[in-house]
Design a protein around this ligand. Structure first.
Ligand SMILES: C[S@@+](CC[C@H](N)C(=O)[O-])C[C@H]1O[C@@H](n2cnc3c(N)ncnc32)[C@H](O)[C@@H]1O
Length: 302
């Protein structure tokens, strides 16, 4: 299938019985002259009266809200993740002015909305989730940005119609069963002097090894490999990148990820060992993240 056929096929996901009512709700939303305020909270504001019940009921239909926070005309969506913490940690390491930028695994687009503050040439989000795209469409119905949201995955980057100057790929690598292939896909999605900003879970240690969780890691079933930083570097070099730079490391705290009224089910506090928060419930080292910058070519050369 070519990209256009994949897009058409995936458009049909919007008719699934859990998604179709959400799409109808978006179509019924009024047009409101909206101002978008970009800060830790991505906020929609307007001078006119807004039907607060309509906004809240529509937002609640779209739960769970993982990434944010947002404020929709006074309604605070206190998402499971305070994504502003990750964004602010990375903020000193990039400038998007006039760049073609992709966010792979963009979820509901929280980072993309914030990235507009840099005046990039183009912003494209990739995420194969019909629910998260619907959350994005809900906000963007009012925000009316030029962000392009593709219901595509990282695996489509090598044959995407354009290449990017900067690709963000945050929190996706550990979900892939073949991480080196995924890194090659990112590589192929870049312009020659392009860069990737990536984060992933890591384990401490000097050895070039990776943890391979038996069934789940931190109760997340689809986590395949959690490398040491040196193993991660090896993966990136094998994928062809010319340079690997560690930007930051962090330990996820219950301030950053916690249960709120905008998600059903559990959050970080339930994923860690109740007697020893340095371990996950499965007994593995608790989630640490490393943030790296990868450069495709140095001075146009590998
Ligand atoms: C752990 S979340 C990370 C979200 C966000 N990038 C962040 O760092 O906060 C993983 C995201 O990857 C998306 N995803 C799943 N499969 C994917 C794929 N094949 N390609 C790109 N993204 C994918 C999920 O829908 C989800 O939004």
């Amino acid at each position: 299938m070519n990209l256009q056929e994949i897009r058409e096929e995936r458009q049909k996901w919007m008719t699934w019985k859990n998604i179709a009512p959400l799409r109808e709700a978006i179509e019924k939303l009024p047009n409101i002259d909206t101002k978008v305020e970009l800060g830790d909270v991505v906020a929609l504001a307007c001078k006119d009266e807004v039907d607060a019940d309509l906004i809240e009921n529509t937002a609640r239909m779209m739960m769970p809200w993982r990434k944010g926070p947002f404020n929709l005309f006074g309604l605070f969506i206190d998402t499971e993740w305070k994504s502003n913490i990750k964004y602010n940690l990375l903020r000193p390491h990039f400038n998007l002015k006039d760049k073609k930028v992709a966010d792979i695994g963009c979820n509901n687009g929280y980072y993309l909305f914030r990235m507009q503050e840099d005046a990039p040439k183009k912003l494209v989000g990739f995420d194969p989730s019909s629910l998260y795209k619907t959350q994005f469409d809900f906000i963007n119905h009012f925000a009316k940005t030029e962000i392009v949201y593709e219901l595509l995955g990282v695996e489509h980057l090598p044959f995407y119609e354009e290449k990017f100057d900067l690709i963000f790929c945050l929190g996706v690598l550990y979900h892939r069963s073949d991480p080196v292939s995924m890194l090659k896909e990112l590589y192929k999605g870049l312009e020659n002097k392009g860069e990737v900003i990536l984060d992933t879970f890591y384990i401490e240690g000097e050895e070039e090894i990776a943890l391979t969780p038996k069934e789940s890691y931190s109760k997340i079933p689809n986590i395949y490999f959690v490398p040491t930083i040196s193993a991660l570097k090896n993966w990136c070099m094998r994928a062809g990148f010319a340079s690997f730079e560690i930007l930051e490391t962090s330990l996820t705290s219950q301030d950053e990820q916690r249960k709120t009224e905008w998600i059903e089910g559990q959050s970080l506090e339930d994923f860690l060992d109740p007697d020893d928060s340095s371990k996950t419930i499965e007994g593995y080292p608790s989630p640490r993240r490393v943030y790296v910058k990868l450069i495709k070519e140095r001075n146009g050369k590998k």
